[in-house]
Design a protein around this ligand. Sequence first.
Ligand code: 9MR
Length: 843
Amino acid sequence: MIRRLSILAAAALAATCLAGVPALADGPEQIPNGTFDTTAEPWWHTGNLMFELDGGRLCADVPGGTVNPWDAIIGINDIPLVKDETYAFGFFASARPGKVVKALVQLPVDPYTQYLAANPELSVSGNTYAYTFTSPVDLPNGQVAFQLGGSAEPWRFCLDDVSLKGGAEPEVYAPDTGPRVRVNQVAYLPKGPKNATLVTEATEALPWRLKDAHGAIVAEGRTTPRGVDGSSGQNVHTIDFSAYRTAGEGYTLSADGETSRPFDIGGGAYRKLKLDALKFYYTQRSGIAIDDKLRPGYGRPAGHAGVSPNQGDTAVPCRPGVCDYTLDVSGGWYDAGDHGKYVVNGGISVAQLMGEFERTKNAPIAASVGGLDIPESGDAVPDILDEARWEQEFLLKMQRPDGMVHHKIHDENWTGLPLLPHLDPQKRELHPVSTAATLNLAATAAQAARVFAPYDAAFAARNLSAAKKAWAAAQAHPGILASPSDGVGGGTYDDPDVSDEFYWAAAELYITTGEKEFRDFVLASPHHTADIWGERGFDWGHTAQLGRLDLATVPNDLPGRADVRRSVVAGAEKYLATQNAHPYGVPYDPPTYDWGSNALVLNNMIVIAAAYDITGDLKYRDGVLRGVDYLLGRNALNQSYVTGYGEVASKNQHSRWYAHSLNADLPNPPPGTLAGGPNSGVQDPVAQAKLKGCKPQFCYIDDIESWSTNELTINWNAPLAWITAFVADQGDGAPPAPPSCKVDYTIHGSWPQGFTTQVTIKNTGAGAIDGWSLKWSFLGGQTIAHEWNAVVSQSGATVTAANESHNRKIRPGQSVTFGFNGVAAPGANPVPDLFTLNGAACA
Ligand code: 9MR
């Protein structure tokens, strides 16, 4: 709340003024957040207080029974003071009941030299106080503190409009944005779209030149002026050099006297990045030592595995008053740069990893994911599923016997940086159960039940029963919400509306089981038909999209499924329209960027990618490719947001153990780590000091302390992995050949233990097929018992049926038929959506 400081109350005039009459110096403001409009950051308090934002003021209930003034303090650090400068210090404060407190500007460490010490007498209605003083020292890190202790009785303190004016102008932060030609600093696909953005004052089209690594001009053209871009405030032009298709390294693009950072034309980088984005998860694991042989430079002892000084996570009690038992909740992934583990955020992350795997079963062009160099590599399970299981096992452990699931487990208080997981000495606590967490488990366990079925039937069954139990518990307790004020020591992940989580869970349970209860719930949910493709996209708190996308892309028999698929395409159309209007090609353009905007951009791209998988229309694929450019350097800051990718890339993401910028012995985050990205909220002190008033694309700083713009998380790397795998699947960007086959797959009969199926392949192309191999995937754990007229093999859920010698030829217009008896698995057994013949998708 902004009030004028010039109204001097009587109490203020009576207060101590060290430097005579309060002359309100007109110098620059030194307090980064004195108005508490949206946050208390970066103010701190002693452990016996809690902050509350109350009507635009910062308030705290001060306990009674303390002795010294310094037994309860509210303060702010890192306030620069300049020797011999005169400062005007002021604030509004109230006390209920009235109290005298100490207001200090001082040295933050022993001997706590006080440059201003005032003893304002506070009233219930509150007053404005003003003082001046001259600093006797140069000090980069002065402290402003309100000492509130010494009262026998409890009381309430409120503070607002804290101001310290004078001294030097705070340094204005200007990011180094390098050359004004902005490109994807990693790679464009040779046969894909190639776009760049030029920042310029010019309003008329300008010439551009593409040069190869030797400086030879290989293409040229003219820019397209696009006017002022709202997301950056810059006047920009776009450049389209898609027509140039020769693979190579070290290209540059020049225009308006500037030359871009170098880039490649080729697909290789994405085949590496898609794996790095997933390898990230092993190094986020809790409860297991990270093997330095698997991740050179990243080895560390197991975190929170029951070894001192860790206090958990093998027997974790609840927060006081929440429960009287302990749970073994060891394992899982650390959420982000903190040591917390949160079910709702683990939920979307593991769902998107399992979803990336499921896409390889159902999308026309999708290679298997590949090896991740994890301890489980080499077993019979795809590595991406082994990694997902590490988290899913943790989510299962968070479930109580009654089916409800604890929302989160983390430290009692926030820890500082750096701090390796195994060195965290804090008490770990389980926080209350929530409907949202329970539905996250219902959804992910239902999905796990089908994807793990071919590899581990017992694990699949355990997940299915946990999912059903969670579903029933959530139905019985639909309104247990996580508290928005339960944010000490860990994030809140609170969500006032869990109707979307209900829809997501019902969708996954329906896909896996085919059961009527879940089908009816899905069809009746308002999320099933609503336009859920908002600008802001989806995330851990907006999960209806996860359900809708899976209903559209994973085989199932839902009535009206064609409409569901069409709705995903309609969503993609909206995001493409946003992207086409955006001179940086971003399929996200709200007036302010949200926390974790890079993941929101990626999730919008997943909708566009799904539309490509559904329709095969290249405009959707190209939308995804152009979106990737933004994350890898075609942006206002001219930087890649993925560690290790691009000439200038994020590398100081907020993390307690990749804290290289705080301790040179620690590493930077591993390659393939996504930064959260621009966040107009700028909630942390570094962002507040440097980025205030930023245009959306500029609300980012690669500083380890900027946790609101530059954290790394499990839910942000998941869509990065998904999308980069999609890009890797496009090879050099050549469009796939049109289908030349059609498959008719008819289940002629089903019984509890099995089913019988007849498959007809028709050659719809112009040439003869001489030798064929048809692939499809079962939804879950179905297997082939006996086949005829084809040689059938199976790996996981994926079946390959090859010709016998008598039916190897299929002439144009002709068909062959084969059949098999299958062994049923628990749950649904839908007709597959996708058949590929000799590697190419059939219609
Ligand atoms: O990603 C979360 C973002 O959507 C919220 O707006 C923000 C504030 O509640 O919290 C983010 O999540 C953080 C979590 O609370 C604690 N671990 C780090 C997460 C990423 O910053």
